[in-house]
Ligand binder design. Sequence first.
Ligand SMILES: *Cc1c(COP(=O)(O)O)cnc(C)c1O
Length: 361
Amino acid sequence: MSGEKVYNFSAGPSVLPESALLKAQAELLDYKSSGMSIMEMSHRSLYFKAVFDESKAKLKAALKVPDTHEILFLQGGATLQFAAIPMNLMVSGEASYAVTGNFASLAAKEAEKYGKVHIACDTSDRNHSYIPSPEELSVSEGSDYFYYCANNTIYGTEWHYVPETGKTLVCDMSSDILSKPVDVSKFGLIYAGAQKNMAPAGLTVVIIDKSLAGKAMPITPKVMDYKVLIEKDSMLNTPPCWCIYMLGNTLDWVESVGGVEEIEKLNLEKAKLLYGFLDESKLFVPHAETASRSMMNVTFRTGSQELDGEFVKAAEQRGMLNLKGHRIAGGMRASIYNAMPIEGVKALVDYMKEFEVTHNV
Ligand SMILES: *Cc1c(COP(=O)(O)O)cnc(C)c1O
Protein backbone atom coordinates (compact mmCIF):
# COMPACT_ATOMS: atom_id res chain seq x y z
CA MET A 1 0.00 0.00 0.00
CA SER A 2 2.88 2.34 -0.70
CA GLY A 3 1.93 5.99 -0.66
CA GLU A 4 -1.66 5.40 0.45
CA LYS A 5 -3.04 7.10 3.53
CA VAL A 6 -2.88 4.77 6.52
CA TYR A 7 -4.02 5.07 10.10
CA ASN A 8 -1.40 3.71 12.44
CA PHE A 9 -2.94 2.42 15.68
CA SER A 10 0.38 1.15 17.05
CA ALA A 11 0.89 1.29 20.83
CA GLY A 12 4.46 2.53 20.41
CA PRO A 13 6.50 3.68 18.69
CA SER A 14 3.42 5.34 17.33
CA VAL A 15 1.85 8.00 15.19
CA LEU A 16 3.44 11.47 15.30
CA PRO A 17 1.84 14.76 14.24
CA GLU A 18 2.23 15.22 10.50
CA SER A 19 3.38 18.82 10.99
CA ALA A 20 6.20 17.60 13.25
CA LEU A 21 7.38 15.18 10.57
CA LEU A 22 7.08 17.76 7.80
CA LYS A 23 9.14 20.26 9.77
CA ALA A 24 11.80 17.58 10.31
CA GLN A 25 11.74 16.80 6.61
CA ALA A 26 12.21 20.44 5.64
CA GLU A 27 15.09 20.87 8.11
CA LEU A 28 16.66 17.44 7.72
CA LEU A 29 19.66 18.22 5.52
CA ASP A 30 20.37 21.80 6.44
CA TYR A 31 19.31 22.94 9.87
CA LYS A 32 18.88 26.73 9.96
CA SER A 33 21.53 27.27 7.27
CA SER A 34 24.15 25.47 9.32
CA GLY A 35 24.93 23.25 6.33
CA MET A 36 24.40 20.24 8.61
CA SER A 37 21.64 18.00 9.86
CA ILE A 38 20.73 18.02 13.56
CA MET A 39 21.75 14.35 13.46
CA GLU A 40 25.31 15.32 12.58
CA MET A 41 25.86 18.03 15.14
CA SER A 42 27.78 18.01 18.37
CA HIS A 43 25.46 18.02 21.35
CA ARG A 44 27.68 20.84 22.68
CA SER A 45 27.19 23.00 19.57
CA LEU A 46 25.34 26.29 19.87
CA TYR A 47 22.74 25.06 17.37
CA PHE A 48 21.93 22.02 19.42
CA LYS A 49 22.08 23.88 22.71
CA ALA A 50 19.31 26.13 21.39
CA VAL A 51 17.24 23.10 20.30
CA PHE A 52 17.69 21.52 23.71
CA ASP A 53 16.74 24.67 25.61
CA GLU A 54 13.69 25.27 23.42
CA SER A 55 12.34 21.73 23.75
CA LYS A 56 12.78 21.95 27.50
CA ALA A 57 11.09 25.35 27.69
CA LYS A 58 8.20 24.17 25.52
CA LEU A 59 7.65 21.09 27.67
CA LYS A 60 7.83 23.20 30.82
CA ALA A 61 5.18 25.52 29.38
CA ALA A 62 2.93 22.75 28.04
CA LEU A 63 2.79 20.93 31.38
CA LYS A 64 3.19 24.05 33.55
CA VAL A 65 6.15 22.44 35.30
CA PRO A 66 6.89 24.47 38.45
CA ASP A 67 10.38 25.80 39.20
CA THR A 68 10.70 23.28 42.03
CA HIS A 69 10.99 20.56 39.37
CA GLU A 70 13.67 19.79 36.79
CA ILE A 71 13.13 18.28 33.37
CA LEU A 72 15.67 15.64 32.28
CA PHE A 73 16.11 14.25 28.75
CA LEU A 74 17.62 10.78 29.14
CA GLN A 75 18.20 7.49 27.38
CA GLY A 76 17.45 3.94 28.47
CA GLY A 77 13.69 4.01 28.01
CA ALA A 78 11.06 3.84 30.69
CA THR A 79 12.56 0.48 31.64
CA LEU A 80 15.82 2.01 32.91
CA GLN A 81 13.76 4.18 35.25
CA PHE A 82 12.29 1.01 36.83
CA ALA A 83 15.78 0.69 38.41
CA ALA A 84 16.79 4.35 38.63
CA ILE A 85 13.74 5.23 40.76
CA PRO A 86 14.43 2.84 43.65
CA MET A 87 18.19 3.47 43.47
CA ASN A 88 17.60 7.19 43.91
CA LEU A 89 14.47 7.35 46.02
CA MET A 90 14.35 4.26 48.27
CA VAL A 91 16.18 6.15 50.96
CA SER A 92 14.89 4.13 53.91
CA GLY A 93 14.58 0.98 51.81
CA GLU A 94 10.85 0.59 51.22
CA ALA A 95 8.21 1.68 48.70
CA SER A 96 4.59 0.91 47.81
CA TYR A 97 3.68 -0.11 44.25
CA ALA A 98 0.24 -0.20 42.65
CA VAL A 99 0.30 -3.14 40.23
CA THR A 100 -2.36 -2.36 37.65
CA GLY A 101 -0.72 -3.86 34.59
CA ASN A 102 2.37 -5.30 33.01
CA PHE A 103 4.68 -2.29 33.21
CA ALA A 104 3.82 -1.54 36.84
CA SER A 105 4.47 -5.20 37.63
CA LEU A 106 7.86 -5.08 35.91
CA ALA A 107 8.73 -1.88 37.80
CA ALA A 108 7.81 -3.49 41.14
CA LYS A 109 9.91 -6.58 40.36
CA GLU A 110 12.90 -4.43 39.43
CA ALA A 111 12.54 -2.38 42.61
CA GLU A 112 12.65 -5.58 44.70
CA LYS A 113 16.34 -5.81 43.85
CA TYR A 114 17.01 -2.62 45.78
CA GLY A 115 14.65 -2.71 48.73
CA LYS A 116 11.37 -3.81 50.20
CA VAL A 117 8.38 -3.54 47.87
CA HIS A 118 4.93 -3.34 49.38
CA ILE A 119 2.18 -4.15 46.87
CA ALA A 120 -0.45 -1.42 47.33
CA CYS A 121 -2.91 -3.20 45.05
CA ASP A 122 -2.86 -5.90 42.42
CA THR A 123 -5.56 -5.85 39.77
CA SER A 124 -4.58 -9.16 38.19
CA ASP A 125 -7.59 -10.70 40.00
CA ARG A 126 -9.77 -9.28 37.21
CA ASN A 127 -7.14 -9.46 34.46
CA HIS A 128 -6.10 -5.81 34.96
CA SER A 129 -9.45 -4.54 33.70
CA TYR A 130 -9.83 -1.87 36.39
CA ILE A 131 -8.15 0.82 38.45
CA PRO A 132 -8.59 0.56 42.22
CA SER A 133 -10.50 3.17 44.19
CA PRO A 134 -8.55 5.26 46.74
CA GLU A 135 -9.95 3.03 49.53
CA GLU A 136 -8.56 -0.07 47.84
CA LEU A 137 -4.97 1.20 48.03
CA SER A 138 -2.83 -0.04 50.88
CA VAL A 139 0.27 2.08 51.41
CA SER A 140 2.86 0.92 53.92
CA GLU A 141 3.79 3.42 56.61
CA GLY A 142 7.53 3.17 55.95
CA SER A 143 7.25 3.84 52.21
CA ASP A 144 9.65 6.37 50.73
CA TYR A 145 7.27 6.74 47.82
CA PHE A 146 4.08 5.48 46.22
CA TYR A 147 4.46 4.27 42.64
CA TYR A 148 1.79 3.89 39.96
CA CYS A 149 1.43 3.73 36.20
CA ALA A 150 -1.06 6.36 34.99
CA ASN A 151 -2.12 4.54 31.85
CA ASN A 152 -1.85 0.81 31.33
CA THR A 153 -0.87 0.61 27.68
CA ILE A 154 -1.42 -3.12 27.29
CA TYR A 155 -4.73 -3.56 29.13
CA GLY A 156 -6.25 -0.19 28.25
CA THR A 157 -7.03 1.20 31.70
CA GLU A 158 -6.19 4.64 33.04
CA TRP A 159 -6.20 6.32 36.44
CA HIS A 160 -8.77 9.11 36.39
CA TYR A 161 -7.64 10.51 39.70
CA VAL A 162 -4.31 11.37 41.28
CA PRO A 163 -3.85 9.18 44.37
CA GLU A 164 -3.24 11.07 47.60
CA THR A 165 -1.29 8.75 49.83
CA GLY A 166 0.74 11.19 51.92
CA LYS A 167 3.87 9.75 50.32
CA THR A 168 6.07 11.07 47.52
CA LEU A 169 4.20 10.32 44.32
CA VAL A 170 6.09 8.59 41.49
CA CYS A 171 4.30 8.01 38.21
CA ASP A 172 4.96 6.29 34.90
CA MET A 173 3.16 8.48 32.34
CA SER A 174 4.74 6.87 29.27
CA SER A 175 1.48 6.39 27.43
CA ASP A 176 -0.62 9.36 28.53
CA ILE A 177 1.77 12.26 29.04
CA LEU A 178 0.60 15.41 27.20
CA SER A 179 -2.85 13.85 26.68
CA LYS A 180 -4.42 16.09 29.33
CA PRO A 181 -3.41 18.70 31.90
CA VAL A 182 -1.64 17.41 35.00
CA ASP A 183 -0.75 19.16 38.25
CA VAL A 184 2.98 18.43 38.27
CA SER A 185 3.41 19.97 41.74
CA LYS A 186 1.62 16.93 43.22
CA PHE A 187 4.34 14.59 41.96
CA GLY A 188 7.80 13.83 43.26
CA LEU A 189 8.72 12.25 39.95
CA ILE A 190 7.01 11.76 36.60
CA TYR A 191 8.68 9.86 33.82
CA ALA A 192 7.79 8.77 30.32
CA GLY A 193 9.34 6.97 27.38
CA ALA A 194 8.83 9.42 24.51
CA GLN A 195 7.75 6.94 21.85
CA LYS A 196 4.03 6.91 22.68
CA ASN A 197 2.96 10.55 22.66
CA MET A 198 6.02 12.73 22.20
CA ALA A 199 8.84 11.71 19.86
CA PRO A 200 10.64 8.77 18.27
CA ALA A 201 12.00 6.00 20.50
CA GLY A 202 15.24 6.76 22.32
CA LEU A 203 14.26 9.60 24.65
CA THR A 204 12.98 9.29 28.20
CA VAL A 205 11.61 12.36 29.92
CA VAL A 206 11.98 12.60 33.70
CA ILE A 207 10.40 15.44 35.66
CA ILE A 208 11.71 15.42 39.19
CA ASP A 209 11.23 17.51 42.31
CA LYS A 210 14.81 18.73 42.79
CA SER A 211 14.62 18.30 46.57
CA LEU A 212 14.44 14.51 46.08
CA ALA A 213 17.80 14.29 44.33
CA GLY A 214 21.10 13.69 46.10
CA LYS A 215 20.25 10.62 48.15
CA ALA A 216 21.07 7.87 45.66
CA MET A 217 22.41 4.53 46.86
CA PRO A 218 26.22 4.33 46.57
CA ILE A 219 25.92 1.57 43.96
CA THR A 220 23.90 3.84 41.64
CA PRO A 221 25.63 4.27 38.26
CA LYS A 222 26.58 7.90 37.74
CA VAL A 223 24.49 8.01 34.57
CA MET A 224 21.41 7.12 36.64
CA ASP A 225 22.01 9.50 39.54
CA TYR A 226 19.39 12.26 39.32
CA LYS A 227 21.57 14.74 41.21
CA VAL A 228 24.41 14.35 38.71
CA LEU A 229 21.98 14.53 35.78
CA ILE A 230 20.38 17.71 37.13
CA GLU A 231 23.78 19.31 37.69
CA LYS A 232 24.85 18.41 34.16
CA ASP A 233 21.51 19.48 32.64
CA SER A 234 21.08 16.00 31.08
CA MET A 235 24.49 16.31 29.38
CA LEU A 236 26.64 14.01 31.49
CA ASN A 237 27.00 12.10 28.24
CA THR A 238 25.47 12.46 24.78
CA PRO A 239 21.73 12.94 25.05
CA PRO A 240 19.31 11.61 22.39
CA CYS A 241 19.69 14.75 20.24
CA TRP A 242 17.41 13.88 17.35
CA CYS A 243 14.55 12.82 19.65
CA ILE A 244 14.89 16.02 21.69
CA TYR A 245 14.59 17.98 18.44
CA MET A 246 11.51 15.95 17.42
CA LEU A 247 9.93 16.55 20.84
CA GLY A 248 10.18 20.27 20.12
CA ASN A 249 8.32 19.78 16.83
CA THR A 250 5.60 17.76 18.56
CA LEU A 251 5.25 20.45 21.22
CA ASP A 252 4.86 23.12 18.51
CA TRP A 253 1.94 21.07 17.24
CA VAL A 254 0.47 20.74 20.75
CA GLU A 255 0.66 24.51 21.09
CA SER A 256 -0.89 25.10 17.67
CA VAL A 257 -3.87 22.96 18.68
CA GLY A 258 -4.36 25.03 21.84
CA GLY A 259 -2.26 23.23 24.44
CA VAL A 260 -3.00 20.15 26.52
CA GLU A 261 -6.43 21.49 27.53
CA GLU A 262 -7.58 21.39 23.90
CA ILE A 263 -5.75 18.12 23.28
CA GLU A 264 -7.74 16.59 26.13
CA LYS A 265 -11.03 17.68 24.54
CA LEU A 266 -10.04 16.10 21.24
CA ASN A 267 -8.95 12.92 23.01
CA LEU A 268 -12.28 12.74 24.85
CA GLU A 269 -14.15 13.14 21.61
CA LYS A 270 -12.17 10.32 19.98
CA ALA A 271 -12.54 8.01 22.97
CA LYS A 272 -16.30 8.69 23.22
CA LEU A 273 -16.78 7.77 19.61
CA LEU A 274 -15.02 4.43 19.96
CA TYR A 275 -16.34 3.45 23.40
CA GLY A 276 -19.81 4.66 22.39
CA PHE A 277 -19.82 2.14 19.57
CA LEU A 278 -18.34 -0.62 21.76
CA ASP A 279 -21.16 -0.10 24.28
CA GLU A 280 -23.76 -0.64 21.55
CA SER A 281 -22.01 -3.44 19.72
CA LYS A 282 -23.36 -6.97 19.84
CA LEU A 283 -20.06 -8.38 18.61
CA PHE A 284 -17.22 -6.37 20.16
CA VAL A 285 -16.68 -6.40 23.92
CA PRO A 286 -14.51 -3.77 25.63
CA HIS A 287 -11.90 -5.10 28.07
CA ALA A 288 -11.67 -2.25 30.58
CA GLU A 289 -14.38 -1.62 33.15
CA THR A 290 -16.32 1.54 32.29
CA ALA A 291 -14.93 3.83 35.00
CA SER A 292 -11.34 2.79 34.28
CA ARG A 293 -11.22 3.19 30.51
CA SER A 294 -8.10 4.53 28.89
CA MET A 295 -8.40 7.50 26.54
CA MET A 296 -5.22 6.36 24.81
CA ASN A 297 -5.38 2.59 24.35
CA VAL A 298 -8.79 1.08 23.66
CA THR A 299 -8.86 -2.68 24.16
CA PHE A 300 -11.64 -4.99 22.92
CA ARG A 301 -12.32 -8.43 21.52
CA THR A 302 -15.01 -10.42 19.74
CA GLY A 303 -14.82 -13.46 21.97
CA SER A 304 -13.51 -15.61 19.12
CA GLN A 305 -9.78 -15.66 18.42
CA GLU A 306 -10.50 -16.57 14.83
CA LEU A 307 -12.77 -13.57 14.30
CA ASP A 308 -10.27 -11.30 16.06
CA GLY A 309 -7.61 -12.44 13.60
CA GLU A 310 -9.90 -11.91 10.64
CA PHE A 311 -10.79 -8.44 11.88
CA VAL A 312 -7.15 -7.37 12.25
CA LYS A 313 -6.17 -8.75 8.86
CA ALA A 314 -9.01 -7.13 6.93
CA ALA A 315 -8.37 -3.83 8.77
CA GLU A 316 -4.80 -3.87 7.46
CA GLN A 317 -6.05 -4.18 3.92
CA ARG A 318 -8.02 -0.99 4.50
CA GLY A 319 -4.99 0.88 5.80
CA MET A 320 -5.83 0.57 9.50
CA LEU A 321 -2.63 -0.82 10.93
CA ASN A 322 -1.46 -2.40 14.16
CA LEU A 323 -4.82 -3.19 15.74
CA LYS A 324 -3.68 -6.53 17.13
CA GLY A 325 -3.68 -6.59 20.93
CA HIS A 326 -0.48 -7.14 22.91
CA ARG A 327 0.49 -10.82 23.02
CA ILE A 328 -0.16 -11.10 26.75
CA ALA A 329 -3.64 -9.55 26.51
CA GLY A 330 -4.92 -10.89 23.19
CA GLY A 331 -7.88 -9.40 21.30
CA MET A 332 -7.53 -5.97 19.73
CA ARG A 333 -6.09 -2.65 20.81
CA ALA A 334 -6.58 0.68 19.09
CA SER A 335 -4.03 3.18 20.34
CA ILE A 336 -5.50 6.61 19.75
CA TYR A 337 -2.70 8.85 21.00
CA ASN A 338 -2.74 12.64 20.61
CA ALA A 339 -1.59 12.53 17.01
CA MET A 340 -4.29 10.10 15.83
CA PRO A 341 -6.79 12.28 13.96
CA ILE A 342 -10.50 11.82 14.66
CA GLU A 343 -10.89 10.72 11.02
CA GLY A 344 -8.87 7.63 11.91
CA VAL A 345 -11.25 6.75 14.74
CA LYS A 346 -14.26 7.38 12.50
CA ALA A 347 -12.80 5.10 9.84
CA LEU A 348 -12.22 2.41 12.47
CA VAL A 349 -15.77 2.66 13.86
CA ASP A 350 -17.27 2.53 10.35
CA TYR A 351 -15.25 -0.58 9.62
CA MET A 352 -16.27 -2.20 12.92
CA LYS A 353 -19.94 -1.53 12.15
CA GLU A 354 -19.57 -3.10 8.74
CA PHE A 355 -17.68 -6.09 10.14
CA GLU A 356 -20.44 -6.62 12.68
CA VAL A 357 -23.17 -6.59 10.02
CA THR A 358 -21.29 -8.85 7.60
CA HIS A 359 -20.71 -11.32 10.40
CA ASN A 360 -24.42 -11.65 11.02
CA VAL A 361 -24.81 -10.40 14.55
C1 LIG B 1 5.96 1.43 26.62
C2 LIG B 1 5.86 1.56 28.08
C3 LIG B 1 6.94 1.25 28.93
C4 LIG B 1 8.24 0.70 28.41
O1 LIG B 1 8.94 1.69 27.75
P1 LIG B 1 10.43 1.46 27.20
O2 LIG B 1 10.79 2.83 26.75
O3 LIG B 1 10.32 0.47 26.08
O4 LIG B 1 11.27 0.96 28.29
C5 LIG B 1 6.78 1.46 30.27
N1 LIG B 1 5.64 1.92 30.79
C6 LIG B 1 4.57 2.21 30.00
C7 LIG B 1 3.31 2.71 30.62
C8 LIG B 1 4.65 2.03 28.63
O5 LIG B 1 3.59 2.32 27.84
